[in-house]
Design a protein around this ligand. Structure first.
Ligand code: ADP
Length: 241
């Protein structure tokens, strides 16, 4: 009997890469935290401002660890859920809630957050928490990567049995060579910027998994220096049924 194990081997190598990436991502903030704690313990005497600076760095690295673990849990929950989504939910109100949660952050960054929603509900069959997470990741990225004075437009429409959510920003854009890969776990087009902004590198992988699990998809149009438009679509409730 001959078994073709090519696919099994590929999956095993994907798993190995993932474990090694996760370990690396966890190790970096942990090493930094340990370094600051040891300096605080050894330095004698340590002046107030330096102490404060080190403690703030420890806080920042711990938040980074927290965000990473939380995104890993979300990803694993989505990937391991086997039940077909069966609850009807209105994307318009889910997106509205996401926008009001992210409103303060975008105001703080001097951005204009615009919602272009239809008058009627846009229903899809889905898991509310997962969908809300996907919407939030897209809008959060648009806000995070934009610079002050920019505009972020969130458009929602129902068309041909699909619900489509578009998030358009005027941020730095993404160079063509990265576009195929940014939905991969831990792939970053601009590593330094993602780190500085507290990114985990998992946001778009979560969006892609949520879309796939609901029988939908996600894509991006972007050019360096010209902003980005991410488009998430899901089958409308009646066609999904
Ligand atoms: P991160 O936590 O690093 O933001 P994501 O998975 O959400 O991770 O995104 C992957 C990468 O795609 C980011 O590191 C960034 O380089 C790029 N990216 C995502 N959204 C945008 C955007 N709206 N504008 C510019 N670059 C983006």
């Amino acid at each position: 009997m001959i078994h073709d194990i090519t696919e099994l081997e590929r999956l095993e190598s994907v798993r190995r890469d993932f474990v090694s990436n996760v370990s690396h991502e966890l190790k970096t903030p942990l090493t930094a935290i340990r370094g600051y704690v040891e300096t605080l313990l050894d330095a004698d005497p340590i002046d107030g401002p330096t102490r404060g600076r080190f403690l703030r760095k420890i806080r920042r690295q711990s938040s980074r660890l927290g965000a990473l673990v939380s995104d890993l849990l979300i990803l694993s929950r989505i990937e391991s859920s086997t039940e077909p989504p069966e609850k009807i939910l209105d994307l318009r109100s889910a997106a509205g809630e996401v926008l009001s949660l992210l409103g303060p952050a975008s105001e703080e960054r001097g951005l204009e957050l615009v919602a272009e929603f239809p008058d009627e509900a846009v229903e899809v069959l889905g898991e509310e928490e997962a969908i809300r997470q996907a919407l939030s990741n897209l809008v959060d990225n648009a806000v995070k990567y934009s610079s002050a004075g920019g505009r972020v437009v969130v458009r929602l429409q129902a068309e041909n049995g699909r619900a489509a959510l578009e998030v358009e920003d005027e941020g730095p854009g993404i160079a063509g060579e990265h576009l195929d890969r940014i939905f991969e776990r831990f792939y970053r087009a601009d590593r330094a910027r993602s780190r500085e902004l507290g990114g985990t590198g998992l946001g778009l992988a979560i969006v892609k998994n949520v879309a796939r699990r609901h029988g939908g998809g996600v894509d991006v149009e972007s050019e360096r220096g010209r902003g980005s438009t991410f488009r998430l679509w899901l089958p409308a409730a009646e066609s999904a049924e």
